[in-house]
Design a protein around this ligand. Sequence first.
Ligand code: NAP
Ligand code: MG
Length: 402
Amino acid sequence: MEKIKMRVPLVEMDGDEMTRILWQMVKDELILPFVELKTEYYDLGLTVRDETRDQITHDAGNAIKKYGVGVKCATITPNNQRMSEYNLHEMWKSPNGTIRAILDGTVFRAPILVDSIKPVVKNWKRPITIARHAYGDVYKGTEYRVKGKGKAELLFTGENGETFRETVYDFECPGVLQSVFNKDTSINSFAHACFKYALSTNQDLWFSTKDTISKIYDQTFKVLFDEIYEADYKAKFEEAGIEYFYTLIDDAVARVIRSEGGFIWACKNYDGDVMSDMVSTAFGSLAMMTSVLCSPDGNFEYEAAHGTVTRHYYKYLEGEETSTNPMATIYAWSGALKKRGELDDIPELVSFGEKIEKACIATLDDGIMTKDLVGLVEGKKARAVNTTEFIAQIRSRLEAML
Ligand code: NAP
Ligand code: MG
């Protein structure tokens, strides 16, 4: 078969540890034999981030803005232990945070479902997609450790001289203090991204905040979503036969658990961070969760939702065989290739991305899987294989489809 040609490069961001190993295997076995891959390569491995003083991360983020589609491998977010392990110059920020700050936007996380793996929540029949606002709130907050008595105030000085000043608390003892913010522009683009995604996937959209307690902050999210819905999407939703529905986050949690799935749940930044791990674990495994960041100006970044799987990497370094699940990493690649195909009008590339995914599901349906999944399978014999064997099995099914 002739290799599929690409027109515009994908922004490829390599990463760390076990996922860096998976990255190479996925490319070598499932992509390069079939696609004349065009990428602009950025090595976001911690060593290069440190050598370039993290400039490489900023360059990668800007390259996504230039080309429109990126695919990213999981990366280490340094902590104290990593500082000494990698002898770092600085405790570099989370690359995901840096890239999200450059692109803005919303992260959509959806589980990959297979028939033989039943969700922990028995009534869930279809995927639940979490739409996480990826800007602001505690992720851009300012914090202070109050050491003793004193007054904390919230002060805003407007460009026109208008001021707002209110006592937060009169501390009589040590404590903690935090301020958070968000912007209408970012909330609006979050809303547009969610409404568009709901239409493009033909699913209901739920949105939840805590506006009964946060009467201005969260209330603003609710009001902006309502206004945008009424103005731009109501008619389209009615035509598509889908629903937009707002509820308090406590009520949403209860309804999600009782639901059958098959909708998008839009969450503020922190809620989305927490709920997406809850939802993915309940659906089976973090290794089966896909993730895509959609920016307001139409850029896309695909990644796996899990980390660099450090525990497996240390085993790998000792020469041990590992059974790390590459599904989410493969789907990051297939998602990015499909999007590139769609934007550049290359139907063969779209269809190739779809076939990779079909080959993955067919492999799992045949009971061949990595160790993390075997214990979750019901009503069928499953065999645990190592990562190399699992990818080889996917490849043989993919070749049969091409
Ligand atoms: P992790 O890499 O997601 O792994 C946590 C555990 O989940 C693993 O030890 C493993 O369990 C299981 N697991 C996750 N992905 C798996 C896969 N593909 N196949 C099989 N099992 C899988 O999280 P972490 O250990 O907390 O973090 C490791 C590093 O990743 C950290 O340096 C963190 O900064 C980074 N991180 C990066 C991203 C990102 O770039 N998007 C996200 C999160 C974390 P068992 O050990 O029980 O097999
Ligand atoms: Mg998280």
